[in-house]
Design a protein around this ligand. Structure first.
Ligand SMILES: Cc1cc2nc3c(=O)[nH]c(=O)nc-3n(C[C@H](O)[C@H](O)[C@H](O)COP(=O)(O)OP(=O)(O)OC[C@H]3O[C@@H](n4cnc5c(N)ncnc54)[C@H](O)[C@@H]3O)c2cc1C
Length: 506
């Protein structure tokens, strides 16, 4: 192993997608970087693990940003970043983003083919044909704007100047659209309560908030780009994305240090100058980037009570109970889609455990399971409070997890008849596991803005401590792999300019 330098240009705390993206782009631009990751694997909530011949996605598995034809827009950040790094990530196109299974026999796949998707909705809600078109066209217009603007930091005056000068009308129009919510926009065109609930769920499926609480701009990416760049799954599973970013960092001379937990950011005279690791060693840098959550950054890593995040600054999104299964492949019918969402009761869809997220990655990439088997991933929202009475090393905890998993299997049985009897391998994780592995407070999906708050109120990459930056889902634009990739791009752009050698646009 290379001896660790005791000073570099940029230190990144955490090898989540936000941190790795920041490091890869800076290293490629010629800045020396080092990433410290507490685990022995990269990717955080977008990583993979192996067991019993299966490869499972630890969290994320719906991926935007991999369109082959990257002339189609700046939203295809993964394609652009990997092209810049000269690293290949092969992906498999998914014809459906999510197949929804809803109360009263309402079933609809969100097809890559936009007209097919809209037509399915119109078939169920013929009286809302006009409203459906108008609402989804609004999302399309946001998408068109975002897709034509280059990705950069909103804190970088030069970048704002370039965007404003080259695209004045689009920039202005985007500014106005940040004031709108997805749900309120939907209600301008649509009144059918079942359809509005569906639109709430469309938002909840990735934002873990209803449509009223979700900015229109976020929806413009998630619900429009699925019909353009589409959803593409990396060959080898979600771990292929962080693995490729690590490869990119190393290719240009940087390094990722695993099993290296950062205890503190060293701040001298109000300026971040390096980090202290759990083994007591120190490394210095011109800039430090935290890919930890905002709660960890300002309650653990930076020891300054004045910077503690007020409890009411964000809504803390719930965490997850997750279940990974190896199953006899004969229960999965031909043509089964990879991603499904099941809601049995509209009154409970946004309550803890009310919506089941279900994925079967082996329908796209069979190499993730032994021959004749399928790998499945199910999860529902959950809180640490539901599990805190157990000792996580004890038998009681194990039994409680298994009992909860069995209830989930029973609920998912109608989607895949025979499921309960086809299970050959079962792995479970609670919010406590999520918190323990990834240093996420209460295992939370992340900090959310309050309903009605403008998306621009999300923290950007600069922090109140000079030379300390942040990337990841605590920063603009928020949760999701493509969102944290954007935050990494904007963080790297800002730091590169600050250190005297700006990044080229991707
Ligand atoms: C169950 C689940 C399903 C999801 N599904 C999707 C999906 O389908 N599509 C999608 O786009 N998004 C999905 N997401 C969201 C997406 O995975 C996350 O928003 C995104 O991966 C978060 O990336 P991040 O860079 O903010 O950091 P994280 O993934 O939180 O990574 C941060 C890293 O920093 C490390 N770290 C923290 N503190 C320290 C420290 N002090 N020292 C060293 N290392 C440290 C952690 O170990 C971790 O590896 C899902 C998330 C979950 C949990």
């Amino acid at each position: 192993m290379k001896k660790m330098a005791n000073s570099v240009d940029v230190i990144v705390i955490g090898a989540g997608i936000g941190g790795l993206t920041t490091a890869a782009l800076l290293q490629e631009r010629g800045f020396s970087t080092i990433v410290f990751e507490k685990n022995k694997f990269p990717g955080g909530s977008c990583s993979a693990f192996q067991k019993g011949g299966y490869t499972f996605d630890a969290g994320a598995s719906v991926f935007y940003g991999f369109c082959d034809d990257d002339s189609k827009g700046t939203l295809n950040l993964h394609t652009r970043i990997f092209r810049k790094l000269g690293i290949e990530v092969q992906t498999i196109p998914d014809p459906v983003q999510i197949h929804y299974h809803l109360p009263a026999g309402f079933e609809v796949p969100a097809w890559l083919d936009r007209s097919r998707f809209l037509e399915s909705l119109c078939q169920r809600f013929p009286h809302e044909r006009n409203g459906i078109r108008k609402f989804y066209d609004e999302l399309e217009s946001v998408y068109d704007i975002l897709n034509s603007l280059p990705a950069g930091s909103l804190e970088d005056v030069m970048h704002l100047g370039v965007v404003g000068a080259r695209h004045p009308l689009k920039a202005m129009s985007l500014g106005i659209k940040t004031l709108f919510s997805m749900g309120k926009t939907a209600r301008r065109y649509i009144s059918d309560p079942e359809l509005l609930r569906f639109i709430d769920l469309e938002s909840y499926s990735w934002a873990v908030q209803d449509a009223i609480s979700t900015p229109l701009v976020n929806a413009g990416i998630c619900l429009a780009d699925r019909h353009h760049g589409g959803i593409n799954y990396p060959v080898g599973g979600s771990g292929a994305i962080p693995a490729a970013l690590v490869k990119g960092i190393e290719k240009f001379g940087g390094s990722v240090r695993f099993r290296s937990e950062v205890l503190n950011v060293i701040v001298e005279n109000g300026v971040a100058v390096g980090v202290r690791l759990s083994d007591g060693s120190e490394v210095r840098a011109k800039a430090v980037v935290s890919n930890a959550t905002v709660w960890d950054t300002f309650s653990k890593l930076v020891d300054d009570p004045r910077l503690k995040v007020p409890e009411d600054r964000f809504i803390k999104a719930p965490s997850w109970f997750q279940l990974w299964l190896g199953v006899d492949g004969s229960i999965v019918p031909k043509g089964f889609h990879m991603h499904h969402i099941i809601v049995e009761d509209w009154a409970k869809y946004d309550k803890l455990g009310g919506t089941i997220y279900f994925s079967a990655p082996t329908v796209l990439d069979p190499s993730l399971a032994p021959p004749g088997k399928h790998a499945l991933h199910l999860f529902v929202t959950a809180e640490t409070t539901q599990w805190q009475r157990y000792d996580y090393r004890g038998e009681e905890y194990k039994n409680a997890k298994e009992a909860f998993a069995r209830t989930l299997l029973a609920r998912a049985e109608p989607l895949l008849p025979g499921l309960q009897n086809a299970v050959e391998l079962m792995i479970t994780a609670t919010p406590q596991s999520h918190a323990r592995y990834l240093n996420r407070r209460d295992g939370s999906y992340g900090p959310l803005l309050k309903p009605g708050q403008n998306i621009l109120l999300k923290p950007q990459n600069r922090t109140p401590v000079k030379n300390l930056y942040a990337a990841g889902d605590s920063t603009f634009p928020g949760q999701g792999v493509i969102a944290v990739t954007y935050s990494g791009v904007s963080c790297a752009s800002y730091i590169a300019r600050k250190l005297g050698k700006g990044l080229e646009y991707l």
